[in-house]
Design a protein around this ligand. Structure first.
Ligand SMILES: [Zn+2]
Length: 341
């Protein structure tokens, strides 16, 4: 995709986010669906009431979290969302019997806890998106998080929140990572949950690897297939293919981003002559688009021949198309020829 079209990009991201949300709310397994139908509307309310609607709708999922966390927020580029809010399935489905004391999955106290974790992660999302900070030195819940939590908590009658600190100061106080649930008054969760036997704070640090928090991906791909959204399906799978290739071959990723000289220095992008693209009914561009959308990179030498016949003598460009290397849809040469603006 071209960087020169941020609006088209933003639109596509929004469409993907909506599609993902629609999938979660209508087609996920039923025990998930009822939660998503509560959680997404609730997230929109939090965003409007507490953040003036400034946040971009996240992907909300129910899955694995780090052992000491009931929820977490990760940066993601999946499905147009920038952030992925994960709620621990052991909390949501009540399988952690030390934490959840009721058998009723719709018990009011349990739902209150789930909502509180969504609110806490929405604050975290705000810090990530609006402040652009991961607050890494604070395990992700530092002064920025504490400030927002304090501001919102004040509207709900909750006490001031302090970021985690090393040393004895504020020892025994709940830490920001446990906001709001640890700040709620006694009895707020109606005895349906208990924190006495779970260890939710302490050295919990790193979040679990991303691979382990993507339950539902196959369901989503199935949903796209079953609803005939093949273009979007191909687009998602194609990007996965590119990402996997680039992860396996970092040198390929670099060579596809920009033209490089033999020593690896970045060269300026060749200037595309409009006459090349107009030549012979626009066949250069048509071939380039065909290769790019189908990822049919074995056609690159044919593209080079057509380009040369159209009058191009740029050795950097022709050399890249004829090089015996793999390519991705991010290929700078294909980008230039399909979107020369
Ligand atoms: Zn390439």
């Amino acid at each position: 995709m071209s960087e020169s079209k941020p609006t088209a990009h933003a639109d596509q991201d929004r469409i993907e986010r909506q599609s993902r949300e629609e999938f979660s709310r209508s087609s996920a397994a039923s025990e998930y669906r009822s939660h998503f139908n509560r959680l997404y509307p609730r997230w929109y309310v939090y965003n409007d009431v507490h953040f003036d609607g400034r946040l971009t709708s996240p992907r909300i999922s129910i899955g694995l979290t780090s052992p000491r966390r009931l929820s977490q927020t990760d940066l993601t580029t999946d499905y147009g969302a920038r952030t992925n809010i994960v709620l621990a399935e052991r909390m949501v489905f009540g399988t952690d019997r030390r934490l959840v004391l009721t058998d009723d999955p719709t018990a009011e106290g349990l739902l209150r806890l789930i909502d509180d974790r969504l609110l806490g992660e929405t604050v975290k999302q705000f810090v990530m998106e609006v402040h652009g900070s991961l607050e890494e030195g604070w395990d992700g819940y530092g002064p920025l998080y504490a400030r927002e939590a304090t501001r919102i908590g004040a509207t709900m009658g909750l006490p001031e929140v302090h970021p985690r600190r090393r040393g004895p100061r504020l020892t025994g106080m709940p830490v920001a990572a446990a906001w709001p649930h640890a700040f709620r008054p006694e009895g707020y969760y109606l005895g349906h949950v208990s924190f006495d036997r779970v260890h939710l704070r302490g050295k919990a640090g790193r979040s679990v690897p991303r691979q382990s928090v993507v339950p539902g991906v196959y369901e989503y791909l199935y949903f796209l297939t079953a609803t005939g959204q093949h273009a979007r399906l191909l687009d998602i799978l194609g990007r996965e293919v590119d990402a996997a290739k680039e992860a396996r071959h970092p040198a390929l990723a670099a060579a596809e981003r920009n033209p490089l000289d033999p020593s690896g220095m970045v060269l300026p992008l060749p200037v595309i002559d409009r006459d090349w693209l107009a030549w012979n009914c626009g066949c250069v561009r048509a071939i380039a688009e065909g290769i790019r959308t189908r990822r049919a990179f074995d056609g690159m030498p044919i593209l080079a021949d057509a380009l040369q016949d159209a009058g191009c003598e740029d050795e950097v460009l022709l050399g890249h198309l004829r090089a015996h290397t793999d390519h991705t849809a991010n290929c700078w040469a294909l980008r230039l020829l399909t979107d020369p603006t």
